[in-house]
Design a protein around this ligand. Structure first.
Ligand code: TYM
Length: 332
């Protein structure tokens, strides 16, 4: 079975619909065919300088949402990044083969550092994609299921793997991004040309997995659309309506063309009502299950400990191989 790894940052107490469709649903189905490792990248989340108590809570909440959505810990390893020290150790080695300019070209770094200003921009934010490369390369992951916004980071990971292999001999598997087209990008409900993101300007544009159903329905009801009144999929001309159709289709499994026919002659009110039903129908049970899992933190921590044991076994071996290849003297 091909190996696969992915992760999400615990930057909020709730994942949003972009994380859910762009990544989590793929993770759940890929368990059937792949040997998967799913990581809560708590060390990555330090780049937003979270409050310590909040970080602790969000890390467990993120893990619980993976499980609630269907990640099966008897098949896939589920772990916290900070439980596997090799991530940071390999990141240092990789940072020594990463160009300064190369890291500076990452568009997420450019966007985030522009927002935070020179004072607010940390070295951690700059080297973030190198840590992400280490996450992936430690496990010989052949595929990495992510949303479109991570494509450039995956490209850097591939470049670093190839560079290391060329210099020190075959070591790393060069990973492929796995980005299904339909769910690659879920857009903000209030600003449907921008991706749905934890750092969006308005919470009204973001559907959170942990929102109450009434809140979700209200957000969808007030989604920005257009004035021509026809339910038709057209990303360029009708981004709001297209986003709603794409969300419906991804969750209900109904083809977009079939949705267009079903809504022929009907208004946006009907569309929004049905999208809200589909979304709350799927997310409601995930939210309930997450709450149950969080009510029993000992069991959750045990699952994370088991995942870390499996991850450490693989990662430790890769790191030892790397240290040896680059000429570090190994301890007896
Ligand atoms: P993060 O935590 O921002 O997002 C988690 C996953 O959700 C996807 N995503 C989206 N997909 C579709 N539409 C959206 N609006 C949307 N917003 C987010 C992201 O593409 C991602 O797949 N750097 C990563 C975390 C990471 C990682 C890794 C991922 C660290 N190490 C190793 C894979 C492998 C990030 O910040 O994702």
């Amino acid at each position: 079975r091909p190996r696969l790894l992915s992760g999400m940052q615990p930057t909020s107490g709730s994942l949003h619909l972009g994380n859910y469709l762009g990544a989590l649903t793929q993770w759940v189905s890929l368990q059937e065919t792949h040997d998967a490792l799913y990581c809560v990248v708590d060390l990555h989340a330090l780049t937003v300088s979270p409050d310590p108590a909040a970080l602790r809570e969000r890390s467990r909440a993120t893990a619980a949402q993976y499980l609630a959505a269907g990640v099966d810990p008897s098949r896939s390893a589920l772990f916290l990044q900070s439980h596997v020290p090799a991530h940071v150790e390999l990141a240092w080695v990789l940072s020594c083969i990463t160009g300064y300019g190369e890291a500076g070209r990452m568009t997420q770094f450019k966007d985030k550092s522009a927002k935070q200003g020179a004072e607010g921009t940390t070295v951690g934010l700059f080297t973030y994609p190198v840590l992400m490369a280490a996450d992936i390369l430690l496990y010989d992951a052949a595929e990495v299921p992510v949303g479109e916004d991570q494509r450039q980071h995956l490209e850097l990971t591939r470049n670093l793997a190839q560079r290391f292999n060329a210099r020190f001999g075959p070591t790393f598997v060069v990973p492929e991004a796995y980005i299904p087209k339909e769910t690659a990008k879920v857009f903000d409900l209030q600003d449907p040309t921008a991706k749905m993101s934890k750092t969006s300007s308005s919470p009204k544009g973001i559907v959170d997995v942990m929102d109450e159903s009434s809140v979700t329905a209200k957000k969808i009801r007030s989604a920005v659309t257009d004035t021509d009144g026809v339910v038709r999929f057209d990303r360029a001309e009708k981004p709001g309506v297209s986003n709603l159709l794409a969300i419906h289709s991804a969750l209900s499994g109904t083809a977009i063309a079939d949705l267009e026919s079903a809504f022929a002659g009907r208004g946006y009110g009907d569309l929004k009502k049905e999208v809200a039903e589909v979304v709350t129908g799927v997310l409601g049970p995930v939210r309930e299950r997450t709450r149950e899992l969080l009510a029993d933190p000992d069991s959750l921590d045990e699952i994370l400990a088991e995942g870390a044991r499996r991850a450490n076994a693989i990662a430790g071996e890769t790191l030892a191989k790397v240290y040896d290849k680059i000429g570090l003297v190994r301890p007896r």
